[in-house]
Design a protein around this ligand. Structure first.
Ligand SMILES: [Cu+2]
Length: 446
């Protein structure tokens, strides 16, 4: 380690917990980029351990297996048609990698030489682009420009050195409109060489956003869609099928967000915490450019890595803030009757459909609460069961479950079987009907 890097780390870490997010930037400045100007370093007071890269957690997903041959890390991606479940009730025919959409996460360490075989099981040619990684031009994976397409049934070989730590993506760069629309996306995480210098335990989550248009009852996403996407996902799943993110109070939580959807950017919002954007797929955000946020926009074709310390126990939503992106299929094409008087219509319809009652005139919540018969292969507009009734959310919505220390010694398991259930708040800390005494005390007239 150079004197510069050590002094940078020392000064940064002594500045307190808020400055911990600097370490990635520091690690990266030590590898090729000029370091920023820093004040003289005070003595290091807080002991900080260098830890191995934290284990990645891929909710609803997996890591791509690899093996070492000589000094090369060898991976094998299979581009192929797959069957995929968005949520119970909606099974689709998608295209993906190694049986899943998004494909498994490729995990490597800065400086690794990787060799990635890509077998094309699709009915048309493809190529794989390593989005954000700087590779030799001929390894960039742009069909027609930097290589010929991988014909159906053939296996191509990519080989390069992963040049720097960060969060990147892989995706087809040939007939992107079809192949990405049908689900061909994936993420790449490169850990800094030598581990990380942190004092907290790190919870390191990987979340890919995506959107599809799947007509009600259909099982094939429509690659022609340019708008009206009705299936919004984190790691290929719509709420309530999204696996929660688990953390303990005091953990450093890192969430690596990415977007390879066709058309829409997603303002991802977290409840209960402020975070900092610490890196994009371009590199680390310099310490002096970071500021607290509770939402961050994840535009198409980017990654956004956020970090924060888990503070308050609870069940905290993490979701896209576009209201139509937290809905499922059934809510997008209904007529607007909010506020309408439907009694006359209901009376007429009852002559031919006894018992019929129009829903939606008082808002959409009742549609989420009714157990309506569903068209075949579709998921209801919104709704998962929560501890206080139906949660009026679907789509790009998941839950960060923060619990006290010791709750999750193992962290999230990749198979997602450690959901602790709903948060049980202390008595008297849940919003509920105001009492007559409350109203009288505070002079609230109804
Ligand atoms: Cu969105």
């Amino acid at each position: 380690m150079s004197v510069t890097r050590r002094s940078l780390l020392t000064s940064t870490l002594a500045a307190g917990a808020a400055a911990l997010t600097a370490r990635k930037a520091m690690a990266q400045h030590a590898h090729g980029q000029p370091a920023p100007q820093q004040p003289p370093a005070p003595a290091l007071k807080t002991p900080v351990a260098t830890v191995k890269p934290p284990r990645l957690t891929v909710p609803n997903g997996s890591l791509l297996p690899w093996k070492t041959v000589g000094n090369v890390k060898v991976f094998h991606l299979r581009a192929e048609p797959i069957k995929h479940q968005i949520a119970p009730g909606l099974d689709i025919h998608a295209w993906g990698y190694n049986g899943s959409s998004p494909g498994p996460v490729i995990e490597a360490t800065e400086g690794d030489r990787v060799r990635i075989y890509v077998t094309n099981g699709l009915p048309e040619p493809t190529a794989v682009h390593w989005h954000g990684l700087f590779v030799p031009n001929g390894m960039d994976g742009v069909m027609g420009l930097t290589q010929k397409g991988i014909p159906p049934g053939k296996t191509f070989k990519y080989e390069f050195v992963v040049d720097r730590p960060g969060t990147f993506m892989y995706h087809p760069h040939g007939d992107e409109m079809t192949q990405i629309a049908l689900g061909m996306t994936g993420m790449i995480v490169v850990h800094p060489k030598g581990g990380e210098r942190v004092k907290q335990r790190v919870r390191d989550f990987v979340l890919m956003t995506h959107e599809m248009k799947i007509p009600i009852g259909a099982s094939r996403p429509d690659p022609m869609a340019m708008s009206d996407f009705n299936v919004l996902t984190f790691n290929g799943k719509s709420f309530p099928a999204t696996q929660p993110l688990l953390a303990e109070v005091g953990d450093l939580v890192r969430i690596r967000l990415a977007n390879l959807g066709p058309m829409d950017h997603h303002p991802i919002h977290l409840h209960g915490h402020a975070f900092e954007l610490v890196a994009t797929d371009g590199g680390p955000v310099p310490q002096g450019a970071r500021f607290p946020e509770t939402s961050t926009l994840v535009p198409v074709g980017t990654t956004r890595t956020i970090e924060f310390i888990a503070k308050l126990p609870g069940d905290w939503p993490l979701h896209c803030h576009m209201t139509h992106h937290v809905m499922n299929q059934m809510g997008h094409d209904v007529a607007n009757i909010v506020g309408a008087d439907m009694k006359g219509v209901d009376a007429k319809l009852n002559r031919v459909l006894p018992g019929y009652m129009t829903m939606g005139a008082a808002g959409m919540h009742e549609m989420a609460t009714m157990q309506m018969p569903q068209p075949k292969n579709s998921i209801s507009m919104v709704g998962g069961d929560g501890p206080y009734g139906v949660i009026d959310m679907g789509g790009m919505f998941t839950i960060l479950k923060v619990r006290e220390r010791g709750a999750f010694p193992e962290g999230n398991k990749l198979d997602g079987d450690k959901d602790p259930g709903w948060y049980k708040p202390p008595a008297g800390t849940v919003a509920d009907e105001a009492s007559a005494d409350d109203l009288a005390r505070d002079g609230i007239k109804l």
